[in-house]
Design a protein. Structure first.
Length: 489
């Protein structure tokens, strides 16, 4: 496996909200996800030849997360097994994955920090920004005040890009350089004063694509270097329960010691801004988690654990460290790491625009145009829903139920491509094409079946907007069907 190190310097504050933004306070991530670099670099994805495109699409090229760094110092996400003595502070830090608790000590788990092995704990510097939307009357929109936490400018982050052996003959450093050298802005609000970064690549090197563990090992300590999406036996759905087989370890020889393990989880639903759809929700074991497995009996041969496992490897998920030497000690004496003073980085952000940024007026115009597009889509959806309601009134009580409309909405929000969504809704085995409900959808009004009316409405729109538009229409129709059901009662 080819390993290409990369570094990022934040030229301006970067907005990377940790959850889907809603009105109120947006908390930031404290690292730069590999998916952000991958997405920013693949804007010209369509220009790749099919074999090369498949390498990017099928986890052949992995964009690892970028974590805090300073000069030659690189930091790991702090292991969740680290607990400080409340009285002594960081000078007495215990690794409870390798050390038994002592009843006389009060432990406090260390979270949301970064660790330089055996020496320091560091935190990412953050900022706080207030923003509002401007309406046509040049007044701030009601209820449209947002507080954004940011990754402060002037900091360095380091990560790695991995190329699997099957793609190494198609992808070289030049290709990766072409993808990354044009990355100038990342995160949210790139069209205003945020997100300016400088990306640079290091020297490529060969690195193993797996960890080899001796069959005589008594215990295996798995450190989650990045968030990890677990698999069930089906290989499709997420699961909250880790099993040894998840990591290529036979449960006949090792089992999980949950008392020594420290796992935290989170979930979120990613939004594809290009396709304007919500994708499948993700359930994750978060970075820094520690899993301890202990031997039941000797394995017949050495154990091979992949460097990356689970789902979404291309976006940096699933990177593992196995029995890292720096995580074997039971105790540490740590200090707070103080980043070197940087006058430019430490300037108070007062809302002035960087030379690279567009003017504030241009940003307002762009935001205003985007709002117009959203308003236009909402109006289209409302008109379609009104037309469909008229058709339903002709049919009387024999109409699609709220649950059927909700199923259509769910399909449109989770399918990545319109062709897949169209087939799942209108195909022979789709919602409108089979089962008891097919009779309802095939009723004719004005010479056409209900599903034909719906399909023709959507097919007249831009293909990139169809899933988004059909989801909006389905939501409104589900609400209308629910109202009709309640009125009957």
């Amino acid at each position: 496996m080819i390993n290409i190190p990369y570094s990022i310097n934040t030229q301006e504050d970067v907005v990377l909200t940790s959850e889907t933004g809603t009105e109120g306070n947006h908390q930031t991530l404290d690292y730069i996800p590999g998916s952000v670099i991958r997405g920013s670099g693949l804007k010209n994805f369509d220009r790749f030849d099919p074999p090369l495109a498949n390498c990017f699409r099928q986890d052949g090229i992995i964009f690892g997360n970028a974590y805090l760094s300073a000069g030659e110092d690189r930091f790991f996400p702090v292991p969740l097994s680290f607990h400080a003595d409340k009285k002594a502070g960081l000078s007495k830090t215990y690794n409870l994955a390798t050390k038994q608790k002592e009843p006389e000590i009060q432990y406090k788990q260390i979270r949301a920090r970064y660790f330089k092995p055996s020496e320091y704990l560091a935190s990412v510097k953050k900022g706080q920004i207030l923003k509002t939307s401007i309406e046509d009357n040049q007044m701030a929109g009601e209820g449209q005040l947002f507080s954004y936490q940011t990754i402060a400018k002037g900091q360095n982050f380091s990560g790695n890009i991995f190329i699997r052996p099957e793609c190494s003959n198609m992808v070289d450093t030049i290709t990766i350089m072409e993808l990354t050298e044009n990355i100038r802005f990342i995160g949210r609000s790139k069209s205003s004063e945020f997100g300016s970064v400088e990306v640079s690549l290091g020297t490529p090197a060969e690195s193993p694509d797996s960890h080899i563990i001796s069959a005589d090992t008594d215990s295996i300590l798995i450190f989650f270097y990045s968030d990890y999406a677990l698999l069930q036996k089906t290989g499709i759905h997420h699961s909250a329960i880790a099993t040894p087989e998840e990591f290529g370890i036979d449960s006949r020889y090792f089992n999980i010691n949950y008392e020594k393990s420290f796992l935290r989880t989170r979930s979120y639903i990613p939004y594809n801004n290009h396709k304007q759809i919500w994708q499948r929700g993700r359930f994750l074991v978060i970075k820094g988690s520690v899993l301890v497995l202990e031997r039941i009996q000797r394995a017949p041969q050495d154990i091979v654990i992949p460097l990356f496992s689970g789902l979404y490897n291309a976006e940096g998920y699933g990177q593992l460290e196995i029995n890292p030497a720096w995580l074997n000690a039971p105790e540490y004496s740590l200090q707070e790491y103080k980043q070197k003073a940087n006058n430019k980085a430490d300037e108070v952000h007062r809302g002035s625009l960087s030379p690279e940024s567009r003017s504030f007026i241009e940003w307002l115009e762009k935001a205003h145009n985007e709002n117009k597009i959203l308003d236009s889509t909402e109006k289209k959806a409302e008109k379609m829903a009104r037309d469909l309601i008229k058709i339903m009134k002709i049919l009387g009580e024999s109409i699609p139920s709220s649950s059927q409309w909700s199923q259509i909405r769910n399909i449109c929000e989770t399918q990545s491509h319109w062709e897949d969504a169209e087939n799942a809704v209108f195909g022979k085995e789709g919602i409108t094409g089979h089962g008891v409900s097919a009779k309802i959808w095939k009723q004719e009004v004005k010479g056409k079946s209900i599903d034909t009316h719906l399909k023709e409405m959507i097919s007249g729109e831009d293909v990139n907007q169809r899933s988004f538009l059909l989801a909006k229409v389905s939501k409104k129709m589900a609400e209308e069907a629910s109202k009709n059901q309640r009125s009957k009662k």
